[in-house]
Design a protein around this ligand. Structure first.
Ligand code: PLP
Ligand code: COI
Length: 339
């Protein structure tokens, strides 16, 4: 990446930046944080991450401001969620100090890969935790590898802040009622992958999943939480099988800040008929407006506003969120750490 890099058209894809960061846990303790140029990790053929799914991950971003400073957004929330994921699948938790040391080393060694201010691109950071002990019988790992790598990225959804279309998926579940939907483990994404590929081929940005028990309430979209604007209210689902999105939590605070009511509750799919705006939100997705939600099984299509332009509330929330992340808007909420 250099002065000629076209940051504005950067895809959401992996780039080898030449520096990733690692820390291993063995003999009941975390070791030193090390920096590596090689992006290959040696893993035992019988490691628990490969056979029994002992792996979890996170996603957060570094933002470059007009002042050229690099800002991290709510990284401690990602560190805490990583540990909720780890605990759920019997893995070793990563102390916040280890997470922070890795993050600082990663940024220090990848400064040139944090895209310039105003290009729309950001640096995505992917922390990954895997169980590395060889096991044949079903058991937890005693040893773990924590890796953090970075990649400059553009918007996750091709249409960026233009409204997209989603489709309700009824034939598969991404998560079970008391399964692992509330944590960020690879198995959730594997369970949804065939559906994700199919709906993308059909021209949708995402599949929308309903609650796996009743199949009546909205859960979330494949890679992002869901919210809608109904009159003066920001509504977003509660469910035991959705990932608690840090972006969604932030948007709820911002919605309150601009005088909206915020309701976190079960949302019947049919309630979409009464909503004015809808969107997906997440670190990769940022705030991605939805024009339509199609429910093929019931031959229904819910639409929101204008297919070519995001609604006024989504636009306002998007501007506030990205303004705080880039440093253009003062952070009154304590979300930003300058690195
Ligand atoms: N839901 C799922 C399934 C996700 O993969 C993500 C992305 O991390 C989100 C929601 C959004 O979470 P966050 O805003 O913390 O990135
Ligand atoms: C994120 O938004 O950070 C995610 O992990 C979603 C992923 C599908 C890219």
């Amino acid at each position: 990446m250099n002065a000629n890099t076209d940051w504005a058209t950067q895809p959401f894809a992996y780039t080898n930046t030449g520096a990733n960061v690692r820390c291993s846990f063995s003999n009941n303790q975390w070791g030193e944080v090390t920096v590596h140029a090689d992006d290959i990790i040696p893993v035992h053929i019988s490691a628990t991450c490969l056979h029994y799914g002992q792996e979890c991950f996170e996603g957060l971003k570094a933002y470059r401001g007009k002042d050229n400073a690099i800002r991290m957004f709510r990284w401690k929330d990602n560190a805490a969620r990583l540990n909720r994921s780890a605990a759920r699948i019997a893995m070793q938790e990563v102390p916040e100090e280890v997470f922070e040391k890795c993050l600082r080393a990663l940024i220090e060694n990848n400064k040139d890969f944090v895209p310039p201010y105003g290009t729309g691109a950001t640096m995505y950071i992917r922390p990954l935790l895997i169980g590395t002990t060889p096991r044949l019988g079903l058991n937890r790992s005693d040893d773990y590898l924590f890796v953090m790598f970075a990649s400059p990225v553009g918007p996750y959804f091709k249409n960026g802040f233009k409204p997209g279309n989603v489709v309700v998926e009824r034939d598969t579940d991404r998560a079970a009622p008391l399964g692992t939907g509330a944590v960020k483990v690879g198995g959730n994404y594997a369970a949804a992958l065939n559906t994700t590929l199919r709906v993308q081929q059909e021209g949708y940005s995402s599949a929308m999943y309903l609650d796996p028990k009743e199949k009546t309430y909205i859960d979330e979209c494949g890679p992002a939480n869901f919210f809608a604007i109904k009159g003066n209210t920001y509504i977003t689902p509660t469910s035991l099988s959705i990932l608690e999105s840090i972006t969604n939590l932030s948007l709820m605070r911002l919605a309150e800040h601009i005088g909206l009511q915020v309701e976190r509750r079960q949302i019947l799919l049919e309630e979409l008929a009464e909503c004015d705006e809808a969107a997906q939100c997440g670190t990769a997705a940022v705030l991605s407006p939805i024009y339509s939600v199609t429910d093929p099984a019931n031959n229904k299509k819910y639409t929101f506003g204008n297919p070519d332009e995001a609604g006024a509330v989504c636009t306002k929330l998007y501007e506030m969120l990205t303004g705080i992340q880039s440093g253009d808007i003062e952070d009154e909420f304590g979300w930003i750490t300058k690195f």
